[in-house]
Each structure stands twice: as C-alpha cells, then as structure tokens.
Design a protein around this ligand. Structure first.
Ligand code: C2G
Length: 718
C-alpha cells in the first residue's frame, strides 16, 4: 500500500514492569507499515530487571527513552510523553498491548480534516485472538458521536492531531493511578461532536493473566479503584462540569461504574461506612434527574445514597444481591444447584466426622486420597467418608457414600463435611466455611514449571494464575514428597501455610511387604500373559495441543507394531495416557501385546506390575524411581516442550535417571539392552533417589492421617 508518510506520528508508551509483554508491543510498532514514527517510551520507575530489559530493547533510532527514578503513574508518564512529542500526530499505546501491522497507516490515511480517528480493538487472551478473518471486511469509515465512542473511558487506539492537543491543552490528571484516561478524553466531549471510526482492527488490548504478582491497573482491588474513580470524577466535574455535555458524559461514566461495581464494593462489611460516604458524595454531585431513568432497585439505592440513609441503602443493596442471585439461579439447573448450596446447604451444621475425597477431578479412585481413605477403613476409624466421582455408580471398597460431581448431593456434602481431601484444585465456587480443614495432597513432584513460576505464556485458561491463587488460599495443609518440591510449592503456589513433609501416601504401596502378590493379582485381572515382562508407557500432556480447555490431543509416536515385532517375545506394553488426554489410543491388531490402560484407576498399581517405565516430562518418574527400576525418557519434542511451552526446574539432560531417546528405534534398542543401561545409570539413579525419594518409607499415609485427624506431629523421615 502506498501512502503519504510525510507526517510524523508520536507513539507514547508508558512502561512499568511489563517486560514479559513489551517485546511484542515494540515489535508491533517497529514493523508498522507506516514508518515515520517517533516512539516515546517512558519507564515509570520499573524495577532493575525490567529496566535492564527495556534499556536493552531501545535499539531503533526512532525510539526516545525517558526514565523516571520513581513510579509516578501512567498519567504523569503520558504527560511527559506529550511534552517530548514532536510529531504531527499522537497515539497512545500501552506497553502490554499490540498494534496490527498497518494500524497507523490506515488511521493516518483516513483522518482527513478531523482532529482524531479511532480503529477497532480486540481483546487479546490467547494467540488465536490474533488470527485475522480469511476475508477481511472492506475498509469503511463511519462517523459516530464522540460520546458514544468514548463511553468506555479509554484514550487508547485513537490517532490524534497534535494541533488539537495543543489547542485544548490536553493533559492527564496525575492525582490517581487509575481512570486517568477520562481527563484525556473530556476535551473531545467538549469540542468534537463526531469522529470517524474504522471498521478494521488496529489494536489488541491484552487481558493480563497474573493479577496476583503483576496486576494491571484495572486488576487492582475494588477499593483502590473505587477511590480513584470517585476522586477523578469529582475533580473532573469541578473542572468541566459547567459545560452541560461534559457533565452529562461524566455522570454517565459514574453511573456505568456504579452499576457494574456496586455489589463488589460492598462485599466487605468493614469498608461499608467509608464507601457509603464516598459514593454518597459522588451521587450528590450527579444530576438527580438521571436517577429516575434507572431500574427501580438502582433508583432506590441512589436515592438512599443521596439522602445519606445508610440503613435503607443496606436493605436495598441486600435486595439487589438477592434478586441478582435468584435471577441468575433460575437460568438453569447448574446455577440453581449452586444457589441452593449457597442459600441452604451452607447454613446446615457442619459434621465433624465427615470427610469428602476427590482425585483427578472425579475421574478415578486413585492417588493419595485413595490411600488415606483406605487407611481410614482398614483401621476402622469412625468417620463417614464421601467420594466424588463423575460416574455415580462407581463401586469402591468400604462403605463410603458415592456422590456424582456437581450433583445436589455433591454440594450438600461439600457444605457439611469438615474435612476436604483433594489432589487437584477445587472449583472456585465451593465456599470454605469456618471450621473446614482442607488437605491438598497435590499430584506430583514438579518438573515442568508451575503457576507463578511459569512465564506469562498464553494458556488454555487466561484466568489460570488468579484462580489458582484464590483456590490455594483455602488449603490448610499441602503434602510434599521431597524438599525440592517443598521449596517449589512455596514459590509456585505462593503457599504459606503448613507443608506436611511426609512423602506421598500414594507411594506407600511401592514399599508394601505384599507388593509382589498385589502385582500378580493386578496382572491377572488385566490379562497380562504369564512370563511376559511389562513396559509401561506413561507420557504427559502438551499445553498447546487441545480440542478445548481440559481436552487435550495426543499423537502416539511410539511405533507399537515395530515394538511388537522386535520385543514381543519377552515383553508386553501397557499404555497409560494422562487424564487430560481425550484421544483414544488405537491398539488394533496388537492383541495380547499392547494394553490400553488409560482408564485404569490407579497408576501406582501399574508401576507395581511393570519392569521398565517409558515416560517423557511427566512427574510419574519421580514416583517410579522409588522402585529403583529402569526408566527411559522418550523425549522426541524436548526442546519445544522445555523451551517454549513450560520451562523446567531440573537440568533435565543431566539429572534424570535414564537415557533421553528421540525415536522408536532408540527406545526398542534401549529395551533390548536394558541390563547394560542399568549399569550405565546406576550412579545417577542413586543420586536421584536420594534427592527425590528418600522421604518415602511406606508409612506416609499413616503420618498424614495422624497429623490431619488426631493433631499428632509424627516425625518426618528426613
Ligand atoms: N498420571 C497418570 N498417567 C499419566 C501421566 C500422569 O496417571 N500418563 C498421573 C500420575 O499420578 C502423575 C500425575 O498424574 O504423577 C500428574 O501428571 P503429570 O504428567 O506430572 O502432569 P500434571 O497433571 O500436569 O502435573 O507437580 C506436578 C505437576 O503438577 C504435573
């Protein structure tokens, strides 16, 4: 596309501790089809690491870099940018956002004699959001009223003529951290009735996924945001409220904020008085005639705020919450169940001897929760146990009550059971009551980086970090299998309560005196021919390969037919996919050789029956090593998995207790020569065992139960 690029565009980018994103942001600017740019980056007191990063990124001569020693806020930074800007146009971009390739070009081409022009913006949650429609729409420019265009309260994605900025002395309000865009857009409301907009996407607004460690401005607490909002609203009204259009616009922004946020503002009783007073001040400034146009419950609340009647306001708000919850509840059975849970079950008395168990999201009867449960029934401890399964007809030993996940019974038992035992995360809508004791067993020694140690990569669920943080606040005890995991759990989960360092209950069976008999029973039940050795293949899942969140793909890279041909005389293969894998493994034509045990309840029993483990980056090898049997690593995608998807805590090549193999042939070879491999890796294996397995002695379950139910403090084996 040819275009006249004589006029310079100053792009103003405030930067504060966002090194994870700024690379994408800068690339999107540096490779704009419109190149006559001045890129002003204001580093607003970022920490050392983030400062170093941005300073190393300032390589293009079009970049003007400004550094503030302390943090002054985004408004101050934008004002600094405005002072420096020498272009005919100005454009505000946030350092975690991106432009489309020809954004500036199409905006500049179509602005004509208007003071500004706006493009389309899209929320950026995951990479697929950046895919363009196969047939992009034909460019179209439409004029819209500035009040409509700016009703979201954002100055981003607007190309503005510098003349307009100077003529109206546009400045951002520096007294608050948030909502300062309001001060930048008010001049448009005052002086410009209509502005052109493009129907083409020009801007990606990133939805950040770590509001805990690194919140964006809109992810700060509701208290902070409300204070900011009311303050800037009041000051803007003071400064511009004389002009009718501006006042109306500000009032609408306030009402919009109020309606979206009021319930959250008052969820915490202890701030009630403070926020009542604050909002009452704002409502008294707002045009009273706007109140009458609101729905009746909002109208009542606003009236009580205006007259300062706290009690009536409180009642009104309560009604508002009840009405919202009820309206929500009747939208479907799922919501209705949650409503009944909240309104009724949570009010039932708690039963001190009820324990509710769940393993791998109700998929099976397994892992540490199972061992803890079996200890309780074998020792006749006087507890009513409840197990959660997806299949309500699941039969398990003992007389536990079985409930279907997310059924009414499930909610009832979660509400009244004192003890919760889970090996994964619990749904966020389950409320932990006073008196509840939550034992989180977790499900593996970490190799792949977890939660807060993960780079801010896109994941299947962009709310992952925030959700995880909220969920892990409810855990009272977290089990740890080794000191390495304890340290990681503290940082990756930000877990700050009691860590039970007793090893994993799930591994007790690997030390049980009757493990041989048990193995024979399991082999027989599965139908493994007598005299055959068993190779267990248990790989993990891949973050980037899914049908939908929670349902992952897996393509088997092991050549089973070749394995059968070369090893079939002595061996059989047990295939065990991760519980996230939705694909079914095809074992057609491999009867008697390959056994698909992906649905088998407990992998620990498969460890017992196997002679060799093949895995990749799954935590299964940390557990399997307790048996000191050989482990092969089939790591055909190591670089991608480690360097792009997850990152590892270990020096994988040097620390793991077996060879890394890339092809089926190499795996077959290794199995054929397993005795010599054992010798080659013996020393490394011992070191590995010492580091990751040595807390295990077959008594982990007992120690955990004594701690959890009897308040004893058994000595860990260290
Ligand atoms: N698992 C299994 N079969 C597999 C893979 C895993 O039964 N083919 C079980 C094992 O008990 C394993 C656990 O699921 O220890 C966790 O699996 P990982 O492959 O390690 O992956 P993930 O679920 O992402 O958990 O701290 C550990 C991490 O959270 C990893």
């Amino acid at each position: 596309m040819t275009s006249n690029q004589e006029q310079k565009v100053s792009i103003i980018i405030p930067y504060y501790n966002s090194m994870e994103f700024v690379g994408d942001c800068l690339n999107s600017v540096l490779f704009q089809s419109y190149s006559n740019l001045e890129i002003i980056i204001i580093n607003d007191g970022s920490d050392q690491e983030n400062t170093l990063y941005i300073e190393q990124s300032v390589t293009d001569e079009r970049i003007v870099y400004i550094k503030n020693e302390a943090k002054h806020g985004v408004a101050f930074s934008r004002n600094q940018g405005l002072k420096k800007a020498t272009g005919e146009y100005v454009f505000f971009l946030d350092s975690d956002d991106l432009l489309t390739e020809n954004a500036i070009e199409i905006l500049a081409e179509n602005i004509q004699d208007h003071p500004a022009i706006i493009g389309q913006r899209k929320r950026l949650l995951r990479p697929t959001d950046m895919e363009m429609p196969i047939e992009p729409p034909e460019l179209n420019v439409e004029e819209k009223s500035s009040r409509t265009l700016f009703k979201g309260g954002s100055i981003l994605n607007v190309l503005i003529k510098s003349d307009f900025i100077h003529e109206h002395n546009i400045q951002f309000y520096e007294e608050t951290q948030g909502y300062t865009d309001m001060s930048g857009i008010i001049q448009f409301i005052l002086y410009v009735e209509k502005l052109p907009t493009l129907n083409i996407r020009t801007y990606y607004k990133r939805v950040r996924n770590d509001p805990i460690s690194n919140p964006s401005l809109v992810q700060r607490s509701i208290e902070e945001r409300t204070k900011d909002f009311v303050r800037i609203y009041l000051d803007m009204v003071k400064a511009y409220g004389g002009a009718e259009g501006a006042k109306q616009f500000l009032d609408h922004l306030f009402l919009h904020f109020y309606r979206r946020q009021v319930i959250s503002i008052f969820t915490d009783e202890k701030h009630f008085d403070e926020f009542f007073t604050l909002l009452a001040t704002a409502v008294n400034v707002m045009d009273p005639s706007l109140i009458s146009s609101q729905p009746s419950h909002i109208r009542k609340e606003l009236t009580h705020l205006r007259s300062g009647n706290k009690e009536k306001f409180k009642k009104g708000l309560q009604f508002h919450i009840e009405a919202r919850d009820f309206k929500n509840a009747i939208k479907g059975f799922t919501r209705l169940k949650r409503y009944i849970y909240k309104k009724f079950f949570l009010k039932r008395p708690m039963k001190d001897n009820y324990i509710i168990f769940e393993s791998f999201l109700g998929k099976n009867y397994s892992d540490s929760p199972r061992n803890i449960y079996e200890y309780i029934i074998e020792n006749n401890l006087d507890y009513q146990c409840i197990w959660v399964f997806n299949d309500k007809n699941r039969k398990i030993p003992g007389n536990a009550k079985v409930v279907k996940r997310f059924s009414l019974a499930y909610y009832y038992y979660f509400a009244v059971s004192k003890y919760w035992i889970n090996n994964m995360r619990q749904p966020l809508h389950l409320v932990k009551r006073q008196g509840n004791v939550f034992l989180e067993t977790w499900h593996g020694t970490p190799l792949k980086k977890l939660v807060f140690d993960m780079r801010d990569v896109y994941s299947a669920n962009p709310r992952y970090k925030r959700d995880f943080y909220m969920q892990s606040r409810a855990w009272d005890y977290l089990l740890s299998p080794n000191s390495y995991s304890s340290e990681i759990f503290r940082s990756a989960f930000k877990f700050d309560k009691e860590m039970l360092e007793y090893g994993y209950p799930r591994n007790d069976i690997l030390y049980a005196p009757d493990k041989e008999e048990r193995a024979s029973r399991v082999k027989e039940a599965i139908g493994i021919p007598k005299g055959k050795k068993v190779v267990l293949y248990a790989p993990t899942w891949r973050d980037d390969d899914f049908y939908e969140p929670g349902k992952y793909k897996f393509q088997l890279q092991l050549d089973l037919h070749k394995m059968k041909e070369k090893l079939g005389e002595d061996y059989v293969v047990a295939l065990r996919m991760h519980y996230f894998i939705a694909d079914d493994i095809n074992v057609e034509g491999l009867d008697g050789f390959a056994f698909n045990l992906s649905k088998y309840d407990d992998i620990a029993e498969l460890y017992l029956i196997s002679d060799i483990l093949i895995t990749d980056y799954s935590s299964v090898f940390f557990d399997y090593a307790n048996m000191k049997r050989p482990i092969l690593f089939f790591t055909y995608d190591l670089e991608k998995y480690r360097d792009q998807l997850r990152g590892f805590y270990l020096d994988f090549e040097n620390d793991v207790p077996g060879p890394l193999l890339r092809t089926s042939d190499a795996v077959i070879d290794a199995i054929a020569n397993i005795e010599s491999l054992k010798k080659d890796y013996a020393e490394r294996y011992d070191t590995f065992y010492e580091r990751f397995c040595s807390w295990h002695d077959g008594k982990s379950t007992e120690k955990v139960v004594k701690k959890l139910l009897f308040g004893e403090n058994p000595k860990p084996k260290q």
